[in-house]
Design a protein around this ligand. Sequence first.
Ligand code: ADE
Length: 229
Amino acid sequence: MIGLIGAMQIEVEDLIRQLEHKQETRIGMDTFVSGTLFGQEAVLAVCGPGKVNAALCTQSMIFHFSPEWIVNLGVAGSGHNDVTIGDMVIAKATVQHDMDTSPIGDPVGFVSKIGLIEIPCDPILSERLLLAAGKVENLKVHEGIIATGDQFVSRGDVRERIYSRFHALAIEMEGAAVAHACYMHGTPCGVLRSISDNADGSAEMDYPTFTKVAVAHSHQVIFNLLGGK
Ligand code: ADE
């Protein structure tokens, strides 16, 4: 069994539609849909936006389904001018850009208890995601840091601050929370994001326009990853 988590319905609904032998399991306010996806046993969930929603959903998925690995997929804002709308970013590691206990001596982004700024993704799974993304025609693929926080970033100065602190190529709201929960339970994790906007003043306009095509790219990668025909 493998796990896929998206924040919004649109990020996973086409994959859910393609699940065979569907079964629904409700845990609290999360709904998990399991079945066979492109020949593999899979469980999918829409976690809702933000770090807490994502971490709770991930932990429930781990406890109830014990997936071999979990991939968080969806859209993101670009963290840097080299990464443009329609590109794909696969995380080597994720950071929580709004985690800040610096007034009491920690570096910005440091997550106590796990003792990390960069929460790693599983290198083997990330390599497989890179290979799967490489098979999608005309798709520019980047590997690097993905930054997560509880805000939709739509200001150039905020985007620049995140890049200067963390060198993040993409900015979103769930990846580091999924990676955090997976890290705490020893579940391999991958984060795959397709760029829908530039996380600056144009983001509010671009996001609804480009989300659909960005979602389609991430679904093609999942199809290739699972060996779909
Ligand atoms: N997801 C897609 N675009 C985003 C942005 N600009 N900020 C946060 N999350 C996003």
